[in-house]
Ligand binder design. Structure first.
Ligand code: GLN
Length: 311
C-alpha cells in the first residue's frame, strides 16, 4: 500500500463531503417496516487495514442491521460446516435478477443461482441447521461475527427481526418453493427464523469493516492475528462477492468500483481490497437494484482515488 494514513483519512472525508452534497439519495427499503424509519441523509464509511488500524468518517459509529451482508458470514460458516457438499444445493453463477426473485428458481428446479440471492442464502442457512438446532445455529452465527470483529457487543436488533418475520411474505414463498423441490431440510419457519435474525445483526461501519478483515487478509484478521477460515475459502467467497454480491447490479458495481463487495437493503456494503483493506459503507437510500446509492458512490470515489481497484 503506497498511501499514508492521512491520505486515506482525507479520501474518506472527501467521500463523505460529496455524499452530504449529493441531492439524489435513492429510496429507503420500505418492505421491512422497521427499515423504512432510516434517514437517507446518513452516510458513514470505515476502512480497516492489515495492521488492524481502522480509519473512518461520517456516521461510521451508528449501528444499523447488516441485512444481506450477513450472507457472507453464513456462507463462510456453512462451507466450514458442510464443505463443498453445499454446492449441490446452490450454484455459483450471477443471477441477473432481483435479490428476491422467484422466476429462476422455477426454471432451475429449486436450485438457487448463488448463495447471495435470498433463495440461495435461505438454503445456506438451512445447511447450517443440518448440524445445529435453530437457537444454537443463531448463537454460532453471532459468535462467529463477534470473533471476526473482535467485538463482543455485536447483537441482533430484535425489532427489525420481528418486523421482517411479520412481513417477509416473499421469503416465505421462496422457502416454501425450495421445500417443494426438496431443497430445504428444516421446517420453513425454523430456517426463516434464523435467516431473519441473521439479517438483523446490528453493526456500525467500524464494526463491519473489522468483521470483513478475514476476506481481505487470506482468512485471517491480519498478520499478528489468528486464522479464522482457510485462505482458500476466503478467496472463493470474495470471488462470489465480485460476481454476485450486488444481484443484477453486480456488473455495474464491478465496472465502477472494481472490488469484491456485498450489499444489504439497509444500505450497508462490505467491500474487500485484497491484502490492503476491508471497507464498510452505509447510507440507507437504495438504487433500483436494492444497493446503496450513496454507498456505491462513496466506494467508487475512495477506491478510484486510492487506486485500490483489483483490475
Ligand atoms: N432481510 C432481507 C430480505 O431477505 C435482506 C435482503 C437484502 O439485504 N438484499 O429481504
Amino acid at each position: 500500500m503506497s498511501q499514508s494514513l492521512d491520505e486515506i483519512k482525507s479520501a474518506l472525508q472527501r467521500a463523505i463531503e460529496r455524499a452530504e452534497q449529493t441531492k439524489e439519495r435513492g429510496k429507503v427499503a420500505a418492505y421491512i417496516p422497521e427499515l423504512a424509519k432510516a434517514d437517507p441523509q446518513k452516510a458513514g464509511i470505515a476502512v480497516t487495514l492489515a495492521n488492524g488500524e481502522t480509519i473512518s468518517a461520517g456516521d461510521c459509529n451508528q449501528q444499523t442491521t447488516i441485512q444481506s451482508v450477513s450472507k457472507v458470514f453464513t456462507l463462510a460458516l456453512a462451507l466450514g460446516t458442510v464443505g463443498d457438499r453445499l454446492w449441490s444445493r446452490v450454484g455459483r453463477e450471477p443471477s441477473g435478477s432481483a435479490f428476491d426473485s422467484i422466476l429462476q428458481l422455477e426454471h432451475e428446479n429449486g436450485v438457487p443461482r448463488n448463495p447471495f440471492v435470498n433463495a440461495g442464502a435461505i438454503v445456506v442457512t438451512d445447511s447450517i441447521l443440518t448440524s445445529y438446532q435453530p437457537k444454537e445455529a443463531l448463537a454460532q452465527i453471532v459468535s462467529f461475527v463477534r470473533a471476526l470483529a473482535e467485538d463482543e457487543t455485536i447483537h441482533i436488533d430484535k425489532a427489525v427481526a420481528m418486523s421482517e418475520t411479520q412481513t417477509g411474505h416473499r421469503n416465505r414463498a421462496l422457502a416454501h418453493y425450495l421445500a417443494s423441490h426438496g431443497n430445504l431440510r428444516d421446517e420453513v419457519d425454523l430456517t426463516l427464523g434464523v435467516y431473519f435474525h441473521q439479517c438483523a445483526l446490528s453493526m456500525s461501519c467500524v464494526q463491519l469493516s473489522r468483521a470483513g478483515r478475514f476476506l481481505a487478509f487470506g482468512g485471517g484478521l491480519g498478520p499478528q492475528n489468528g486464522q479464522m477460515v482457510s485462505a482458500k475459502r476466503a478467496k472463493r467467497i470474495a470471488a462470489i462477492m465480485l460476481t454476485c454480491g450486488h444481484y443484477d447490479g453486480s456488473g455495474d458495481f464491478a465496472y465502477r468500483v472494481g472490488v469484491p463487495a456485498k450489499s444489504g437493503v439497509s444500505g450497508m456494503i462490505l467491500a474487500v481490497v485484497p491484502h490492503i483493506a476491508s471497507i464498510a459503507v452505509w447510507s440507507p437510500g437504495l438504487n433500483k437494484h436494492g444497493n446503496s446509492l450513496i454507498g456505491t458512490q462513496m466506494l467508487e470515489q475512495v477506491v478510484n482515488e486510492l487506486d485500490w481497484s483489483i483490475f
